[in-house]
Structure formats: C-alpha cells, structure tokens
Design a protein around this ligand. Structure first.
Ligand code: GLC
Ligand code: CA
Length: 549
C-alpha cells in the first residue's frame, strides 16, 4: 500500500503516528472452519468491519507454530503458522486484503524467548558442545543451588535443570519458554533474519514482546529484594539485573538500523514494568525518538483508578517522558490485563469518557478487540481455565482468560464467532454485540467509530500539541486543547456521575474565543456548550470536543 489513506489528510510522513491500531487476539476474533478457535481466514472476513470502524492497522497476537503452552507466546517456528490459525498463504492473502482495505498489519514478535520445542533450543539442549549451545543461557548449578535468585514471571525459579547435559537454562516465563542469549551476536542476526522473512512479505510492523527483558546481566547477579505482593515471588525482587540492562538499548539501535532498510515499517515495544507503571522506562526505549523503538507501551492506563486527576497526571507524566522527536502511544486494554470497563464496574458512561480520552490524546491509540462494544471480563471458572498463569495462581489470581473471551458479533447462539462451542466460553453476563450496537446510534460502538473517523479527518486531533487547562471550580472535569497552529480543539471530560458547572473563562481563554461550538458529544444531541456563556455545564459522564465558534 503506497502513500495516503483515502480521504485522510496525512500530516506526518509515517502512518504509525496517525493510524489507530486495533489488537486482535486471533484465537478469539473469528472462527472460519468450525473448530471453535479464531483464525486468519476469520480475520479476513472481518476486514470490512474494521474499515467501517476506522482503524488503520491491526496487531495480531502470535500466529506462529507453537505448542501453545502460553498460547503462541512460545514460538517453535517463526516462519510457519500454527495450523489452528491457517497457513502462510492465508497470511499472504490477509496482507493483500488488509492493504486493499487501507489497513496495515503488525505481527507480534517474541524475541526474548522461544518455545523449548524450537529447533534452536532442541539443538542447544542436545549437548554442551552443540554450536547452538550459546543461543540460550546455560549455567552450572552452584552445588544444589540455582545460579542466582531470579524468579520466573509466571512463578517458580527462573532456572530449570536439564539432566542430560547437567546444566540449567534460564527462562523468564514458563520453563517451556527458554530465554535467548542476546549477548550472542549470532542470536541477534538469526532473529533479524526471522523478521526479514515477514518484512519481505510486506508486514508493516512488529509488536515486540517484553523487549526490555532481552539483555541480562553478564554476571547474572542476584536481584536485591524489594517490596511487592502476592501472589508472585517475582514481585518481591527489584529487577536490577534481569530487566532494562543498558545493553538492550544498543541492541534495539542495531535492530532499528537493520529495519530502516525497509521503508515505513514500525516497531512497538512491550515494556514490562511494575504496577502502576513507569513511563520514563517505557520512554527510554524510544532512544532519541529516532533511533530505537518507534513506539513503546506505557501501561499506566491499564491500571488507572477512576479519578480524573490520576488520568491527568498519568497523561502529563507520559507526555513529559517522551523524547522531543519521539511519539507517544496510548493503551487501556490488552490480552494481559483486566478489561478496563470491568475495572470501572461495567459503567458505560465511564467507557465513553475513556474512549474520548484515548482517541484525543497526542499519540497513537491502541484498541483491544471488543473494547469498542464494552466487552467485559468476568473471570472464567477453574474448570474452564486455559491460561497457565491463572492455573498456577488460582484462586489468588484468576488469570488472563477473562479478557480473551471470543468476540461477540451478534445475538445468535455462538454470537457469530463460530458455529461450534468456542475454545473459551462467552461471557454469560454480557448482553452486547456488534450487530445490536451497530443498529443503535447511541451505543459505545458508535462512540468509537465516530471518534475514529473524526480523528482520521481532523488534523488537530491527530497532530496537535496538548495543553492542559485547570478547571479550578470543577476539578473532576478534565480539559485540554489540541493545537495544530491552523486549527485548535478543546476536549472536556466530566469524570463524575453528576451534572457539573464551571466557569467558562479558562477554556475560552485557552481557545482564544468566547464562542465555542460542539463538534462532538458523547451524549448525542446535547450541545449545551454552544454560544457565549459565563458558565459551562456537562451532563453526568459527558465528554465533548469543541472548536472555536
Ligand atoms: C508478554 C505477553 C504475554 C506473554 C508474555 C510471555 O507479556 O503480552 O501475553 O505471556 O509476554 O511471552
Ligand atoms: Ca478456526
């Protein structure tokens, strides 16, 4: 796909600054071959919907061959598809059809570790002398003790003893997910070759899984203890030596340089940090803004409580952390977190405000399938649980299955997802689906769609600088402008369930206009800001986008 998206005015020379990205968990999006598991063909069938919605790119969680111990985040062959998802030919078709729909394709790449069934690991584990031995991190036991005190993110020690060769190997996640040795140049070259396979096919970018974990301390020093909580022992340590090593930046620079051989490709990194988020660390992986990742996830938004000032502080902190020539991205939901609407008690009013917040920030917004219809995540029953993390920590932690339930397309028996029982049950408490929300002009789906289309055609909303406005007499109202020089937008968000009144003057001043005109309201038909006024008002959970009169 060359050049510009039809009807969309592009201000930057790169698509990934201007398009909204939609994350698909492929197992749960659309089944096409009656096995209850979503697949590539299913995604192709839903491209019309995604174009209608207004997203410019989709990110697919891993689709490669995998023993599925961690549902695809354990890759056994980077160059072939897992048969449940289809074939390479299906991906070729997806690329072609998606591009014809003006939608880019971002693949998930897991480069910190592979599956223990990957050919590299099988070779590596076969003998101490094998040329691939040093592709992974092997060490002798210290007597009966492991080489250091590191824990796996999913529980247990980060080391597993291999009886055959008498050494143990490092794994930051499951023991079936051995960590690659990024100190070895041959590993970096081999991984890039796998990326090139997909770049040659025309894939537009990669989401890099836990990319801040790739480098480990050369001496494998013990992590000091920190404070953390149950249930994971992993949280009891300060991750000085198994995360964010300075060498990871050097490695990413090399990757970026290699990637630049292919025009218009993008890298977005998952930066794993402790709750409630450390945006400065995420931002550090943007390097100067031009020499490491193109985008990095700050997960503060996935943990925010429903408090206006917390949202404002998180946004300001993230913006401040971004290097001058860098670009932020924003996310409220993904396949590892509780769905945001569930965190907010299923409140649709809040979901509308959150959508308006997400889609009017300066930066690339990331949506997670089902977010646009307010799909929730009630945890699945123990007997139905699939996620290894939930299985390990149940009942203290009930895993990630809740946010990975199948998409609800319509009101039919299997909700248009499949014609058979799906791999994870639908959420019985949800009474929502795409079909019914499409019919209902006042639905959450239409809020997302309206905003996405508006954003696609509004220079200030995509590119404008953000300026926050203090609303002293109503601090639970967030107000900011997006200023692109030639045009300026005002965004007002009422975080409360009450009608609020506040002095008009501060926003009028920020807009350099007495008269404000409503361009969009989350409550259809309400344009109470219109005209000149001493006081402005917003309905409970009302959000608005205004322009100068
Ligand atoms: C990332 C993924 C998560 C996966 C883990 C291990 O955090 O988002 O789903 O389990 O990495 O690969
Ligand atoms: Ca299927």
């Amino acid at each position: 796909m060359e050049g510009r998206r039809e009807g969309v005015m592009q201000a930057f020379d790169c698509w990934w600054k201007e398009s909204a990205v939609y994350q698909i968990y492929p197992r749960s999006f659309q089944d096409s071959n009656h096995d209850g598991i979503g697949d590539i063909e299913g995604i192709i069938r839903r491209l019309d919907y995604l174009q209608w919605l207004g997203v410019g790119a989709i990110w697919l969680s891993p689709i490669y061959r995998s023993p599925m111990k961690d549902f695809g985040y354990d890759i056994s062959d980077y160059r072939s598809l897992d048969p449940v998802f289809g074939t390479i030919a299906d991906v070729d078709r997806l690329l072609e059809e998606a591009h014809a729909h003006n939608i880019r394709i971002i693949l998930d790449m897991v480069l910190n570790h592979t599956s223990d069934q990957h050919a590299w690991f099988l070779e590596s584990a076969s003998s101490r002398e094998n040329p691939k031995r040093d592709f992974y991190i092997w060490r002798d036991m210290k007597g009966r003790r492991y080489p250091n005190n590191w824990y796996g993110t999913f529980g247990g020690r980060a080391w597993t003893l291999d009886r055959k060769t008498g050494q143990c190997y490092l794994h930051s996640f499951l023991k079936e997910q051995p960590d690659l040795n990024w100190h070895n140049d041959a590993v970096v070259a081999a991984l890039f070759a796998e990326l090139e396979f997909w770049l040659e096919k025309g894939v537009d970018g990669f989401r890099l899984d836990v990319i801040n974990l790739i480098m480990k301390d050369v001496q494998l020093r013990n992590n000091p203890l920190g404070w953390g909580g149950r249930p994971r022992p992993y949280d009891l340590q300060r991750h000085l030596y198994d995360r964010n090593l300075s060498g990871s930046h050097e490695r990413l620079k090399t990757f970026r340089t290699m990637l630049e051989r292919y025009p218009q490709r993008m890298l977005v990194g998952e930066i794993m940090v402790d709750k409630p988020g450390e945006p400065e660390i995420a931002a550090s992986y943007l390097g100067t803004g031009e020499d490491e990742l193109h985008l990095a996830f700050d997960f503060s938004g996935t943990w925010l409580p429903w408090k206006a000032d917390a949202w404002k502080r998180a946004a300001q902190r993230w913006e401040r952390a971004i290097p001058k020539s860098g670009w932020p991205c924003w996310v409220l939901n993904n396949h590892d977190t509780r769905r945001s609407i569930t965190r907010w008690g299923g409140n649709i009013g809040r979901a509308r405000i959150a959508a308006l917040f997400l889609l009017t920030q300066r930066g690339t917004p990331f949506l997670y399938y089902g977010e646009e219809i307010g799909m929730r995540d009630h945890p699945v029953r123990r007997s139905e649980m699939q996620d290894p993390l939930g299985l390990r920590y149940w009942p203290f932690y009930r895993g990630r299955d809740g946010s990975r339930r199948p998409m609800r397309w319509d009101g039919s028996m299997n909700h248009g997802f499949s014609d058979t029982t799906p791999w994870l049950p639908f959420d019985g408490q949800d009474h929502t689906d795409v079909f019914s929300q499409k019919e209902d002009r006042s639905s959450l789906l239409h809020v997302y769609r309206d905003l996405l289309h508006m954003r696609n055609h509004d220079h200030a909303l995509r590119c404008g600088k953000t300026q926050w406005i203090e609303i002293e007499d109503s601090p639970k109202v967030l107000a900011y402008t997006r200023d692109a020089g030639t045009s300026r937008r005002l965004i007002l968000l009422n975080f409360t369930d009450k009608e609020v009144f506040f002095r008009a003057e501060p926003v009028q001043k920020a807009m350099e206009s007495e008269v404000l005109r409503v361009l969009y309201s989350t409550i259809p038909g309400d344009t109470s800001v219109e005209g000149t006024a001493q006081k402005l008002s917003l309905q409970p959970y009302q959000g608005m986008i205004c322009t100068q009169g």
